[in-house]
Design a protein around this ligand. Structure first.
Ligand code: SF4
Length: 332
């Protein structure tokens, strides 16, 4: 297990004069907690949050963070356009595999006739991106790295809720290559740019084309959405997490439900539980928080759960030629 050096965080906390710290670690970094906690608690009073969280969009409950001077969140990159109510130190975790991929790995991209590749990565693999770029350019590909909007910090970065770095160069490239492990980001880029997208899975050091995955994804989504066509009673959920709160979007959706003669209940939630919606006996849920929730967790719900763009599409409020991924640019 690689060592995560807390010295730069300690230095920042000392400059800040912080005394009480809330430490947040995503599940993947929780094995580091004893080592990290003991270093930090030599100088500060530290409490570890056991709440699950998946991004810099979530700094936990106000009841917990109101009593500390600073939050230290490991693993994620700050979301610059969020006004955090407490000082937060985001300590990014970067990982690069020991060796670069062999040039032959990218031959399937050449065989498809693509020459210009847009490069993207999840934050933890951004340091691996220049090496991959060099391999590609030495093999005769042209590469480009796009700039994100104000929800992300780094060129080429991709989040499950924001593909802006891809949009910024989609007119200049033939396809995208994403360095990551999970498939959600790659399918998101493929669907939102309509360009072929390849995933370089760094765990397996394998290349996966997303074009087949896209079809499977769409079949699965439209099967869920078809069950919502006759829905009358909707729960419109506004997530209270600081980086997911889209109140005005939730209000807009509720207004549209009324326009179509349905009933909408506005629900505020931090952690949504399928049983709540079963008890409310709604026909469908529109979720305005993290776009991954309706997509990744739909099987946990007995009623269809959808994203705002899905709602707007299936009830005819927005004419669009294809499926639109939900992306978050700003929050309320
Ligand atoms: S909203 Fe979802 S995808 Fe976006 S940063 Fe938060 S957890 Fe990640």
């Amino acid at each position: 297990m690689p060592y995560i050096d807390p010295s730069s965080v300690i230095e920042k906390l000392e400059i800040m004069g912080a005394k009480k710290i809330l430490l947040q670690l995503p599940d993947g970094l929780k094995p580091h907690v004893f080592q990290y906690f003991s270093k930090l608690s030599e100088r500060f009073s530290v409490i570890v949050s056991s709440q699950p969280f998946y991004g810099a969009c979530d700094i936990g409950n106000m009841e917990v963070y109101s009593g500390v001077d600073c939050i230290v969140q490991l693993g994620h990159s700050a979301i610059p356009n969020i006004g955090y109510p407490k000082p937060v130190i985001f300590e990014e975790y970067r990982y690069s595999p020991a060796s670069l991929p062999e040039p032959e790995l990218f031959e399937p991209i050449r065989e498809r006739g693509f020459r210009r590749i847009g490069l993207l990565a999840s934050v933890q693999y951004l340091d691996f991106l220049p090496g991959v770029r060099e391999v590609l350019e030495k093999s005769g590909f042209a590469t480009a790295i796009g700039n994100p909007d104000s929800r992300m910090r780094h060129p080429g970065q991709v989040l499950g809720c924001n593909f802006s770095a891809a949009h910024s160069i989609s007119g200049e490239v033939d396809c995208f290559l994403i360095i990551s492990t999970g498939r959600f980001h790659s399918i998101g880029v493929q669907l939102s740019t309509d360009l072929d997208t390849f995933l370089l899975d760094v765990n397996e050091m394998k290349l996966h084309s997303m074009s087949g995955e896209k079809e499977r994804f769409l079949r699965s989504r439209y099967a869920v959405l078809s069950r919502a066509r006759d829905a009358k009673k909707f729960c419109v959920v506004m997530d209270t997490k600081i980086g997911q709160k889209r109140t005005s979007l939730a209000n807009l959706i509720a207004g549209k439900v009324k326009e179509m003669g349905g009933q909408a209940v506005m629900v505020s939630a931090d952690d949504i539980r399928p049983s709540d919606f079963e008890n409310m006996q709604c026909d469908a849920v529109v979720f305005t928080g993290c776009p991954r929730v309706p997509i990744d967790d739909w099987e946990k719900f007995s009623m269809p759960i959808m994203t705002p763009p899905e709602f707007l599409q299936i009830y005819g409020f927005k004419q669009q030629s294809g499926y639109v991924m939900d992306e978050i640019v700003t929050v309320d």
